[in-house]
Design a protein around this ligand. Sequence first.
Ligand code: FMN
Length: 248
Amino acid sequence: MSPDTVSLCPPSTAPASAAALRALIESRRAMRRFTDEPVPDEVLRDCLELAVLAPNSCNLQPWSFQVIRQPALLERLHTVCMGQHAAKAPVLIAVLARPDTWREACAQILRDWPEAEVPAPVRHFYRKTAPFQYNQGPLGLLGWLKRQLIRLVGWRRALMRSPNSHAQMRTWAVKSTALAAQNLMLAVQSHGYASCPLEGFDEVRLRQVLDIPRQAVPVMLLAVGRAHERGIYNPRLRFALEQQVTWL
Ligand SMILES: Cc1cc2nc3c(=O)[nH]c(=O)nc-3n(C[C@H](O)[C@H](O)[C@H](O)COP(=O)(O)O)c2cc1C
């Protein structure tokens, strides 16, 4: 369903970057203790720039980030995270999925298109196709109608079955946002800092501390800082690939 029609592939740098990427991914661990050393804003900015290069659904970029550095706010968030050690970091980044921003994103893509003319298929996609796909209507009624229509048409041909409800819109946005979060963690790692993704927080209290739009979904809080020497609690454990992968 992607409107991307132009292929602008950078030249391959495969052999060197495969080893570098493996080393980077292997070095990332969930860090549960950080030193007090602050993380420079330039580093955070660079990491966020890489986060938003993540692949995302229809390029609608359904995410937003809140970078928390103020000590008073960090203190309150530590409580929101139920006093977890990992949440005692010099920086917390609230990673939010935004099922509510697709309409403005469609308009912005057409406004900011990086060529003199917006190609006709792209214009059609963001004016017609995407609004049909993502608009669920008041109380999700349009979504319900689309689900009935899809049930009928789907007998005859393959169709995208979701997102056709507000709940499915949240899943839709969370998928892309989780990819951005992973980019963010690897970027942090590449700068010599460490991170810990946190879903162990009280969402009601989180919304009392941070100004989070009502429809936004807090996917995780990302603790960022310089690794403490006793910050990794356990040796790495992963299940055997054979157990998790099917080759067809
Ligand atoms: C969505 C998500 C939520 C997580 N929440 C927490 C958390 O609340 N507290 C915590 O200490 N670790 C949390 N973690 C970290 C995981 O426990 C950790 O990634 C996992 O044990 C694997 O360890 P590794 O990242 O060092 O390989 C979370 C990870 C993810 C992806």
